[in-house]
Design a protein around this ligand. Structure first.
Ligand SMILES: C[S@@+](CC[C@H](N)C(=O)[O-])C[C@H]1O[C@@H](n2cnc3c(N)ncnc32)[C@H](O)[C@@H]1O
Length: 370
């Protein structure tokens, strides 16, 4: 797995389409795409300015460019793109501008190590046609030329931090996250360090998209978070991270993993509240905030299949763990994890399902230079 400079890390989901792959274990994220469909349609109908789009297109070329940031290996990105194209076409139709429906161009972005082969092999061929291109690289930086995009989309990816804040692995810092792999249940300084990193990352994301989108262009973000005032440690998700952390600690006690190796590992995830997102977006200043709303229906509240939940986590973080601890521990770790997971009442208790999926619509301001 490649690394970029200054502590910047690249991560990727399990590629291919085997039993532990992301493509076979991403139903949880698909729920977010599905529940965002109606809102995507409504918001595009309300805020996409077709006059502005036709004015900013090159003369004689009527194309509409969409980018999906953090697309992974599919298939969810294909559903999301399908929903967006359908909504844009609906808008043209509702304005009696059917004859001016543009050709669509879609950029699929993820880290350079993403399995783009699996993604491109599975591109849908039988439905709404679009020109497709893969754009590798971090979405915290620039990826396409100025004003190249009409609409940007990012689903269930912004909670991935660009790096672990350095104080959480510094034993002299009050934010040292000793023996834990996440900020759930940790001291407040640990959470503050993760929150500050999230703020910097979101700001970089917005600044880059601010350059890439045409004035008036739309940015749709679907992201995991927690309602204001709810702590991740009160949730089944936080409990899950704590269970995994305890499996790591057992392996330290058994001499399978060194203490320092565990202390230098943290999961690069931060789950913001709506107010935190809003504050960063306002301070960034490049976009008008049209909506930040919890998606209804939210993440399924029905009892999860516990084995599936563990596979889901493995598909997401397996690569990170192998990189830090080596390939050898992975089966052992997840066997321990599933044993503890199925015995823990909190992970499947409805009242602890507190994470939410938020739909955010931003519109690039017309008159602010980035
Ligand atoms: C949980 S997956 C979601 C994928 C897809 N959007 C979906 O809904 O199924 C998060 C994706 O974001 C990607 N990602 C995380 N940080 C990124 C970054 N800085 N630049 C590009 N992609 C990133 C990960 O590699 C991963 O593929």
């Amino acid at each position: 797995m490649a690394q970029e400079d200054s502590g910047y890390r690249t991560y990727h989901m399990e590629g291919g389409d085997g039993p532990c792959s992301y493509s076979q274990n991403s139903n949880y994220q698909k729920q977010s795409v599905d529940s965002a469909k109606q809102m995507t349609n409504e918001m595009i109908d309300q805020y996409l300015d077709l006059g502005n789009h036709l004015n900013t297109s090159s003369p004689n070329i009527n194309s509409f460019t969409i980018a999906d940031f953090g697309c992974s290996v599919g298939p969810n990105t294909f559903y999301a793109v399908h929903n967006i194209i359908e909504a844009v076409e609906n808008k043209f139709k509702s304005q009696k501008m059917e004859s001016q429906i543009p050709e669509f161009h879609v950029f699929f972005n993820d880290h350079i190590d993403n399995d783009f082969n699996t993604l491109l092999k599975n591109l849908p061929t039988n439905n709404r046609g679009y020109f497709a291109a893969a754009v590798p690289g971090s979405f915290h930086g620039r990826l396409v030329p100025d004003c190249a995009l009409n609409l940007a989309h990012c689903s269930t990816a912004l909670h991935w931090l660009s790096k672990i804040p350095k104080e959480v692995t510094d034993e002299k810092s009050p934010a040292w996250n000793r023996g834990r792999i996440h900020y759930a249940g940790a001291d407040k300084e640990v959470k503050e360090a993760f929150s500050a990193q999230f703020g910097k990352d979101l700001d970089s994301f917005l600044t880059s998209r601010g350059r890439e989108l045409v004035p008036g262009g739309l940015l749709i973000i679907v992201t995991l978070g927690f309602p204001d005032g709810v702590e991740v440690s009160e949730s089944s998700m936080g409990e899950n991270f704590n269970i995994l952390g305890s499996c790591f600690r057992d392996m330290v006690e058994e001499g399978i993993i060194a203490d320092e190796t565990l202390d230098s590992f943290n999961l690069p995830f931060y789950y913001p509240s709506p107010s935190e997102m809003k504050a960063v977006m306002e301070a960034n200043g490049l976009f008008d905030i049209k909506i930040i709303e919890e998606l209804v229906p939210p993440i399924t509240r029905e009892k999860p299949d516990l084995a599936v939940s563990v596979l889901h986590l493995r598909a997401i973080i397996g690569g990170l763990i192998k990189e830090h601890f080596g390939e050898g521990i992975i089966d052992d770790l997840f066997e321990r994890h599933i044993k503890k997971y199925v015995e823990n009442p909190i992970v499947s208790d409805e009242k602890h399902f507190k994470e939410a999926s938020y739909f955010v619509l931003l519109q690039r301001k017309m008159d602010v230079a980035s």
